[in-house]
Design a protein around this ligand. Structure first.
Ligand code: PBG
Length: 315
Protein backbone atom coordinates (compact mmCIF):
# COMPACT_ATOMS: atom_id res chain seq x y z
CA UNK A 1 0.00 0.00 0.00
CA UNK A 2 1.30 3.45 -0.96
CA UNK A 3 1.49 6.00 1.84
CA UNK A 4 1.59 9.75 1.33
CA UNK A 5 2.58 11.98 4.23
CA UNK A 6 0.75 15.32 4.35
CA UNK A 7 2.13 18.27 6.28
CA UNK A 8 0.41 21.39 7.59
CA UNK A 9 0.57 23.74 10.53
CA UNK A 10 -0.81 22.32 13.76
CA UNK A 11 -3.60 24.88 14.27
CA UNK A 12 -7.27 23.87 14.29
CA UNK A 13 -7.73 25.73 11.00
CA UNK A 14 -4.81 23.92 9.34
CA UNK A 15 -6.11 20.55 10.55
CA UNK A 16 -9.55 21.33 9.17
CA UNK A 17 -8.04 22.39 5.83
CA UNK A 18 -6.19 19.07 5.59
CA UNK A 19 -9.37 17.12 6.36
CA UNK A 20 -11.25 19.07 3.68
CA UNK A 21 -8.48 18.55 1.16
CA UNK A 22 -8.02 14.84 1.82
CA UNK A 23 -11.68 13.79 2.00
CA UNK A 24 -12.25 13.51 -1.78
CA UNK A 25 -8.78 12.01 -2.31
CA UNK A 26 -9.38 9.31 0.27
CA UNK A 27 -12.58 8.44 -1.54
CA UNK A 28 -11.00 8.46 -4.99
CA UNK A 29 -7.94 6.46 -3.91
CA UNK A 30 -9.05 3.85 -1.36
CA UNK A 31 -5.75 1.99 -1.85
CA UNK A 32 -3.61 4.96 -0.87
CA UNK A 33 -2.93 5.79 2.76
CA UNK A 34 -2.79 9.53 3.57
CA UNK A 35 -1.09 10.27 6.87
CA UNK A 36 -1.35 13.76 8.32
CA UNK A 37 1.83 15.07 9.96
CA UNK A 38 0.99 18.42 11.57
CA UNK A 39 4.07 20.50 12.21
CA UNK A 40 4.42 23.49 14.48
CA UNK A 41 5.75 26.67 12.91
CA UNK A 42 7.70 29.76 13.82
CA UNK A 43 6.64 30.89 17.26
CA UNK A 44 5.22 27.46 18.08
CA UNK A 45 7.04 25.70 20.89
CA UNK A 46 6.26 22.04 20.46
CA UNK A 47 9.41 20.02 21.17
CA UNK A 48 7.74 16.68 20.64
CA UNK A 49 7.60 17.00 16.88
CA UNK A 50 10.66 15.39 15.40
CA UNK A 51 10.38 17.73 12.45
CA UNK A 52 10.29 20.93 14.45
CA UNK A 53 14.06 21.14 14.36
CA UNK A 54 14.15 21.20 10.57
CA UNK A 55 14.43 24.69 9.22
CA UNK A 56 15.44 26.51 6.09
CA UNK A 57 17.12 29.88 5.94
CA UNK A 58 15.33 31.11 2.84
CA UNK A 59 13.87 34.10 4.63
CA UNK A 60 10.39 32.78 3.94
CA UNK A 61 7.19 33.18 5.90
CA UNK A 62 7.01 32.36 9.60
CA UNK A 63 3.97 30.25 8.69
CA UNK A 64 5.59 28.08 6.06
CA UNK A 65 9.37 27.60 6.26
CA UNK A 66 9.31 24.51 8.47
CA UNK A 67 6.75 22.90 6.19
CA UNK A 68 8.86 23.65 3.16
CA UNK A 69 11.97 22.24 4.83
CA UNK A 70 10.07 19.05 5.70
CA UNK A 71 8.97 18.73 2.07
CA UNK A 72 12.49 19.23 0.73
CA UNK A 73 13.87 16.74 3.26
CA UNK A 74 11.33 14.15 2.13
CA UNK A 75 9.66 13.96 5.55
CA UNK A 76 6.32 14.79 3.92
CA UNK A 77 5.11 14.44 0.33
CA UNK A 78 2.70 17.34 0.25
CA UNK A 79 1.92 20.39 2.37
CA UNK A 80 -1.48 22.05 2.73
CA UNK A 81 -0.93 25.76 3.43
CA UNK A 82 -3.25 28.77 3.57
CA UNK A 83 -2.17 30.20 0.25
CA UNK A 84 -2.19 33.78 1.48
CA UNK A 85 0.50 32.93 4.03
CA UNK A 86 2.86 31.66 1.33
CA UNK A 87 5.41 34.17 0.00
CA UNK A 88 5.15 34.78 -3.75
CA UNK A 89 8.79 33.76 -4.22
CA UNK A 90 8.82 30.03 -4.82
CA UNK A 91 11.57 27.98 -3.12
CA UNK A 92 13.76 25.99 -5.52
CA UNK A 93 12.57 22.43 -5.97
CA UNK A 94 9.00 23.05 -4.81
CA UNK A 95 5.87 23.78 -6.84
CA UNK A 96 2.29 24.76 -6.14
CA UNK A 97 -0.52 22.71 -7.64
CA UNK A 98 -4.03 23.94 -8.48
CA UNK A 99 -5.97 23.97 -5.17
CA UNK A 100 -9.60 22.98 -4.64
CA UNK A 101 -12.31 25.62 -5.14
CA UNK A 102 -11.56 28.50 -2.81
CA UNK A 103 -13.68 29.35 0.20
CA UNK A 104 -15.34 32.75 0.71
CA UNK A 105 -12.65 35.32 -0.21
CA UNK A 106 -14.10 38.14 1.92
CA UNK A 107 -13.01 39.64 5.20
CA UNK A 108 -15.57 39.52 7.98
CA UNK A 109 -16.24 42.04 10.71
CA UNK A 110 -17.10 40.21 13.92
CA UNK A 111 -18.97 42.26 16.53
CA UNK A 112 -21.41 44.52 14.73
CA UNK A 113 -21.39 46.14 11.31
CA UNK A 114 -19.31 49.00 9.91
CA UNK A 115 -22.35 51.26 9.87
CA UNK A 116 -23.32 50.44 13.45
CA UNK A 117 -19.94 50.65 15.19
CA UNK A 118 -19.94 53.76 17.41
CA UNK A 119 -17.42 56.53 16.84
CA UNK A 120 -13.95 55.52 18.02
CA UNK A 121 -14.88 51.83 18.41
CA UNK A 122 -11.98 49.38 18.67
CA UNK A 123 -11.35 46.94 15.80
CA UNK A 124 -8.82 44.17 16.36
CA UNK A 125 -6.52 43.52 13.41
CA UNK A 126 -2.76 43.57 13.00
CA UNK A 127 -2.83 43.48 9.22
CA UNK A 128 -1.58 46.64 7.48
CA UNK A 129 -4.05 46.08 4.64
CA UNK A 130 -7.07 45.75 6.93
CA UNK A 131 -6.07 48.76 9.05
CA UNK A 132 -5.62 50.91 5.95
CA UNK A 133 -8.88 49.78 4.32
CA UNK A 134 -10.78 50.28 7.56
CA UNK A 135 -9.49 53.82 8.08
CA UNK A 136 -10.24 54.66 4.44
CA UNK A 137 -13.97 54.14 5.08
CA UNK A 138 -14.16 54.92 8.85
CA UNK A 139 -11.21 57.13 9.88
CA UNK A 140 -12.68 57.52 13.38
CA UNK A 141 -12.29 53.83 14.29
CA UNK A 142 -9.44 52.57 16.49
CA UNK A 143 -7.48 49.62 15.06
CA UNK A 144 -5.89 47.48 17.78
CA UNK A 145 -3.12 45.02 16.86
CA UNK A 146 -3.96 41.40 17.59
CA UNK A 147 -2.18 38.22 16.62
CA UNK A 148 -2.61 34.51 17.00
CA UNK A 149 -4.91 31.85 15.67
CA UNK A 150 -8.51 32.46 14.67
CA UNK A 151 -10.38 31.31 17.83
CA UNK A 152 -8.32 33.39 20.30
CA UNK A 153 -8.59 36.42 18.01
CA UNK A 154 -12.34 36.03 17.97
CA UNK A 155 -12.22 35.68 21.76
CA UNK A 156 -10.95 39.26 22.01
CA UNK A 157 -14.40 40.63 21.13
CA UNK A 158 -16.79 41.86 23.82
CA UNK A 159 -19.38 39.41 22.53
CA UNK A 160 -17.04 36.61 23.69
CA UNK A 161 -15.84 38.21 26.91
CA UNK A 162 -12.89 40.14 25.43
CA UNK A 163 -11.98 43.84 25.50
CA UNK A 164 -12.58 44.82 21.85
CA UNK A 165 -15.74 46.04 20.14
CA UNK A 166 -14.94 44.01 17.03
CA UNK A 167 -12.26 42.15 15.10
CA UNK A 168 -11.68 41.55 11.39
CA UNK A 169 -10.97 37.97 10.29
CA UNK A 170 -11.04 36.12 7.00
CA UNK A 171 -14.51 34.66 6.42
CA UNK A 172 -12.83 31.52 5.05
CA UNK A 173 -11.16 30.67 8.36
CA UNK A 174 -14.34 31.33 10.33
CA UNK A 175 -16.42 29.17 8.00
CA UNK A 176 -13.90 26.34 8.00
CA UNK A 177 -13.95 26.32 11.79
CA UNK A 178 -17.75 26.46 11.95
CA UNK A 179 -17.62 29.95 13.49
CA UNK A 180 -19.83 31.65 10.86
CA UNK A 181 -22.28 32.76 13.52
CA UNK A 182 -19.66 35.22 14.78
CA UNK A 183 -19.78 37.16 11.48
CA UNK A 184 -21.44 40.56 11.92
CA UNK A 185 -20.84 41.74 8.36
CA UNK A 186 -19.06 40.43 5.29
CA UNK A 187 -17.03 43.43 4.17
CA UNK A 188 -17.69 44.61 0.60
CA UNK A 189 -15.01 43.43 -1.83
CA UNK A 190 -14.78 46.75 -3.68
CA UNK A 191 -13.51 48.60 -0.61
CA UNK A 192 -12.00 45.58 1.18
CA UNK A 193 -10.31 43.47 -1.51
CA UNK A 194 -8.57 40.64 0.40
CA UNK A 195 -4.98 39.42 0.56
CA UNK A 196 -3.72 37.61 -2.54
CA UNK A 197 -4.91 34.02 -2.35
CA UNK A 198 -7.21 34.52 0.64
CA UNK A 199 -9.63 31.65 1.11
CA UNK A 200 -7.58 29.29 -1.06
CA UNK A 201 -5.36 26.41 -0.01
CA UNK A 202 -1.73 26.35 -1.09
CA UNK A 203 -0.96 22.81 -2.22
CA UNK A 204 2.80 22.42 -2.35
CA UNK A 205 4.83 19.40 -3.49
CA UNK A 206 8.38 18.63 -4.56
CA UNK A 207 8.89 19.40 -8.21
CA UNK A 208 10.34 15.92 -8.83
CA UNK A 209 7.56 14.00 -7.06
CA UNK A 210 5.86 12.78 -10.22
CA UNK A 211 3.73 10.19 -8.42
CA UNK A 212 1.88 12.74 -6.33
CA UNK A 213 1.77 15.33 -9.12
CA UNK A 214 0.11 12.81 -11.43
CA UNK A 215 -2.39 11.85 -8.77
CA UNK A 216 -3.34 15.49 -8.20
CA UNK A 217 -3.44 16.76 -11.79
CA UNK A 218 -7.22 16.73 -12.03
CA UNK A 219 -8.21 17.51 -8.46
CA UNK A 220 -7.73 21.30 -8.51
CA UNK A 221 -10.21 24.02 -9.48
CA UNK A 222 -9.16 25.74 -12.73
CA UNK A 223 -11.03 28.97 -11.90
CA UNK A 224 -9.51 29.24 -8.43
CA UNK A 225 -6.08 28.52 -9.88
CA UNK A 226 -6.41 31.32 -12.47
CA UNK A 227 -7.69 33.76 -9.82
CA UNK A 228 -4.95 33.15 -7.29
CA UNK A 229 -2.19 33.18 -9.89
CA UNK A 230 -3.33 36.63 -11.06
CA UNK A 231 -3.54 37.91 -7.48
CA UNK A 232 -0.11 36.54 -6.56
CA UNK A 233 1.46 37.92 -9.75
CA UNK A 234 0.11 41.36 -8.84
CA UNK A 235 1.54 41.10 -5.32
CA UNK A 236 4.90 39.84 -6.58
CA UNK A 237 5.14 42.73 -9.01
CA UNK A 238 4.62 45.17 -6.14
CA UNK A 239 7.28 43.26 -4.15
CA UNK A 240 4.70 42.79 -1.46
CA UNK A 241 4.46 40.09 1.15
CA UNK A 242 1.55 39.52 3.49
CA UNK A 243 2.48 42.66 5.42
CA UNK A 244 1.80 45.39 2.86
CA UNK A 245 -1.53 47.21 2.42
CA UNK A 246 -2.28 45.61 -0.94
CA UNK A 247 -5.73 44.23 -1.61
CA UNK A 248 -6.43 42.15 -4.68
CA UNK A 249 -9.44 40.26 -5.91
CA UNK A 250 -9.81 38.22 -9.08
CA UNK A 251 -13.00 36.76 -10.52
CA UNK A 252 -13.78 34.32 -13.31
CA UNK A 253 -17.22 35.40 -14.57
CA UNK A 254 -17.21 32.75 -17.35
CA UNK A 255 -16.15 32.08 -20.95
CA UNK A 256 -12.47 32.14 -20.05
CA UNK A 257 -12.63 35.71 -18.75
CA UNK A 258 -10.51 36.72 -15.76
CA UNK A 259 -10.95 40.06 -13.97
CA UNK A 260 -8.57 41.55 -11.45
CA UNK A 261 -8.90 44.40 -8.98
CA UNK A 262 -5.86 45.82 -7.21
CA UNK A 263 -5.82 48.34 -4.42
CA UNK A 264 -3.03 50.07 -2.44
CA UNK A 265 -3.85 52.24 0.57
CA UNK A 266 -1.80 54.42 2.88
CA UNK A 267 -1.73 53.09 6.45
CA UNK A 268 -3.83 56.02 7.67
CA UNK A 269 -6.40 55.41 4.94
CA UNK A 270 -6.04 58.92 3.55
CA UNK A 271 -5.01 57.86 0.06
CA UNK A 272 -6.20 54.87 -1.91
CA UNK A 273 -5.21 53.76 -5.40
CA UNK A 274 -7.39 51.32 -7.32
CA UNK A 275 -6.86 49.69 -10.70
CA UNK A 276 -8.67 46.94 -12.56
CA UNK A 277 -8.42 45.08 -15.83
CA UNK A 278 -9.86 42.12 -17.67
CA UNK A 279 -7.82 39.30 -19.19
CA UNK A 280 -8.07 35.60 -19.86
CA UNK A 281 -7.70 32.54 -17.66
CA UNK A 282 -4.95 31.35 -19.99
CA UNK A 283 -2.51 34.04 -18.81
CA UNK A 284 -3.24 35.11 -15.22
CA UNK A 285 0.31 36.37 -14.61
CA UNK A 286 0.00 38.81 -17.51
CA UNK A 287 -3.16 40.29 -15.98
CA UNK A 288 -1.51 40.51 -12.56
CA UNK A 289 1.47 42.39 -13.99
CA UNK A 290 -0.82 44.68 -15.98
CA UNK A 291 -2.89 45.74 -12.95
CA UNK A 292 0.27 46.13 -10.87
CA UNK A 293 1.77 48.38 -13.55
CA UNK A 294 -1.36 50.51 -13.51
CA UNK A 295 -1.14 50.81 -9.70
CA UNK A 296 2.53 51.82 -10.00
CA UNK A 297 1.58 54.39 -12.67
CA UNK A 298 -0.81 55.90 -10.17
CA UNK A 299 1.87 56.18 -7.48
CA UNK A 300 1.70 52.88 -5.57
CA UNK A 301 5.48 52.70 -5.16
CA UNK A 302 5.52 55.91 -3.15
CA UNK A 303 2.96 54.51 -0.72
CA UNK A 304 4.63 51.11 -0.42
CA UNK A 305 8.15 52.52 0.02
CA UNK A 306 6.92 54.50 3.00
CA UNK A 307 5.21 51.52 4.59
CA UNK A 308 7.55 48.59 3.97
CA UNK A 309 10.08 49.17 6.76
CA UNK A 310 7.35 49.66 9.35
CA UNK A 311 4.97 46.88 8.40
CA UNK A 312 5.66 43.61 10.18
CA UNK A 313 2.39 41.96 10.99
CA UNK A 314 0.82 39.56 8.55
CA UNK A 315 -2.51 38.77 7.10
N1 PBG B 1 -2.75 35.24 8.32
C1 PBG B 1 -3.47 34.27 9.07
C2 PBG B 1 -4.46 33.52 8.24
N2 PBG B 1 -4.09 32.75 7.20
C3 PBG B 1 -5.21 32.22 6.63
C4 PBG B 1 -6.31 32.66 7.35
C5 PBG B 1 -7.72 32.35 7.07
C6 PBG B 1 -8.00 31.42 5.92
C7 PBG B 1 -7.72 32.00 4.57
O1 PBG B 1 -7.77 33.22 4.36
O2 PBG B 1 -7.45 31.20 3.67
C8 PBG B 1 -5.84 33.48 8.38
C9 PBG B 1 -6.64 34.16 9.42
C10 PBG B 1 -7.25 35.47 9.01
O3 PBG B 1 -6.69 36.20 8.18
O4 PBG B 1 -8.31 35.79 9.51
Amino acid sequence: MVTFYVGSRASALARQQVRTFLAPLREAYPDVRFVHRPLLEGGDKDRTSRLAAVSVSSGGSAFSTNQEAALLAGAVDLVVHSLKDLPTANPDGLVLLPPPTREDVRDALCGGTLADLPEGATVGTGAARRIAQLLAVRPDLTPVPIRGNVPPRLGRTKARGGPLDSVILAAAGLRRLGLDDAIGELLPLESFPPSAGQGALGIQVREDNTAIREMLTDTGCADTWAQVRAERALLAELHGGCSVPVGTWATTPGAGVLTLLGQVTTLDGSRQITARATGTVTDPECLGRQVAAELLNQGAEEILARIRPAARVGS
